[in-house]
Design a binder for this molecule. Structure first.
Ligand code: PGA
Ligand code: ZN
Length: 434
């Protein structure tokens, strides 16, 4: 017999459970993501509502993430839902998110969702929440957070990319990002990022005759370029846009250092730049880049198990977010370890790294309690699903990382513009203090 313990979610909206949120049916299908990979879409139908969500996919996944699909991929995930999961969920109440998320753990019976798949779970968890929200006739962010959530996140956008998202002779560093500080509205912030993206293109066209406008997985430009040349171009574009719009666009990077790490050689291999660095050199290099390019954000500067490297860097910098993505994989035990060792001061939140909404929310809560900045993030493989925008607001994330251009990226940005409009005077940009 399954034992279900109820856990506390974030709601304070005082709604009573009622029949309108009872799950009547679950429908699944195989669709495709922005990389053309197969992915899963799940519909949850309640008495009075409907929710649909699809699963994102990573290309530079952390090794401690949950397993995305059961062996056999999306087809097997669909079979598991039809045969094992839907019969359990039909008749349950979509409003009882924690109970349903716990049930998904219990059906799986492993600690990393290898039986039913973390992506399977993520799509079910999200579509259930959406179905409950729709039954009540309210937006998802409001269903999850009540009327408390009214802060808009700053968009952190990928402008220029390399690493596993680009290929060829692109930079070794996976992402060069922009963060528009002091933007007074979300719309202004999104506009600033788009202008930086455009400026970077025109600078590249002037400086590099081989640049033909190629882009990586997340819509960032993917030229043949060395790291520091890319950073110089980013700084130049940010300066121009900051002056034009009277705000402060700052540069960030996602090193995705696990993809550079060679454990046998104890070094980070920068193949395009033609250099190898041991961990001490890597620390000096990060400090050099932060100082020289006035970086505001550095994600995964060391490989995914180097809590100590993260701690050393975090101790040495001021006014810069040192963020763990592959380091924490949205896992609250790994974050708790990071808190203990002083590793990083920000955390990437990707629901499908951990599975359910409840798990992701527990990690966010631990982050907030320990003054880590939670950053709601897309994956490099996305669909036009817009739930990420709602999760950023509902989970009090002051930053959303979701790309600047490309239909599947802009879908999230546009949803935040709609949320901002719906909040009216109550909507404020989040407090980002450095
Ligand atoms: P992903 O990684 O390709 O695994 O989504 C993106 C990132 O590192 O932020
Ligand atoms: Zn990352």
């Amino acid at each position: 017999m399954r034992r279900l313990k109820k856990r506390n979610f974030n709601r304070s909206n005082g709604r009573k459970n009622n029949l309108s949120t009872i799950i009547e049916d679950i429908v699944t299908r195989k669709i495709f993501n922005s990389r053309g990979e197969e992915t899963l879409e799940v519909d949850v139908i309640t008495v009075d509502g409907f929710g649909s969500a699809s699963a994102p996919a990573g290309a530079s996944r952390g090794s401690a993430e949950v397993v995305p699909y059961p062996k056999g991929g999306v087809d097997f995930a669909i079979r598991k839902i039809e045969e094992e999961i839907a019969p359990e969920l039909i008749g349950m109440n979509a409003d009882e998110q924690e109970t349903i998320d716990l049930l998904l753990h219990e059906i799986d019976e492993t600690n990393n969702f290898r039986n039913i798949g973390g992506n399977t779970v993520c799509a079910i968890s999200l579509s259930t929440a959406e179905a409950a929200a729709s039954s009540y006739g309210i937006p998802l962010f409001q269903h999850l957070a009540g009327s408390l959530a009214s802060n808009l996140p700053y968009p952190l956008g990928n402008v220029l990319g390399g690493g596993e998202h680009a290929g060829g002779k692109a930079s070794d560093i996976q992402e060069f990002l922009v963060l528009p500080l002091n933007a007074s509205t979300f719309s202004d912030a999104a506009k600033a990022n788009i202008m930086v993206h455009q400026k970077v293109c025109s600078i590249l066209e002037k400086k590099d005759s081989t640049f033909t406008g190629g882009k990586g997985d997340e819509g960032g430009w993917a030229p043949n370029i060395r790291t520091e040349d890319a950073l110089k171009i980013m700084v130049e574009a940010c300066k121009e846009v900051s002056n034009e719009l009277d705000l402060e666009c700052r540069v960030g990077v996602d090193i995705a250092a696990s993809t550079l790490w060679n454990s046998k050689e104890n070094s980070y291999v920068y193949a395009s730049d033609g250099v190898n660095m041991n961990p001490e050199e890597q620390l000096d290099y990060m400090l050099h880049l932060i100082e020289k390019y006035h970086l505001i954000y550095v994600e995964d500067p060391f490989h995914e198990d180097d809590f100590e490297g993260f701690a050393q860097l975090t101790k040495r910098v001021k006014n810069c977010l040192i963020c763990g993505d592959d380091l924490f994989v949205t896992n609250k035990e790994r974050l708790a370890h990071g808190v203990m060792t002083g590793s990083a001061n920000a955390i990437i939140i990707k629901t499908n790294q951990i599975g359910t909404l409840t798990d992701a929310w527990e990690t966010v809560r631990l982050a907030i309690k320990n003054h880590y900045t939670p950053i709601m993030s897309h994956r490099s493989g996305e669909t036009t699903d817009t739930h990420l925008a709602h999760l950023a607001v509902a989970f009090y994330c002051p930053i959303i990382k979701s790309g600047v251009v490309g239909g599947e990226r802009v879908a999230k940005i546009n949803e935040l513009i709609r949320i901002e409009e719906s909040l009216g005077n109550r909507g404020k940009m989040s407090n980002l203090s450095f």
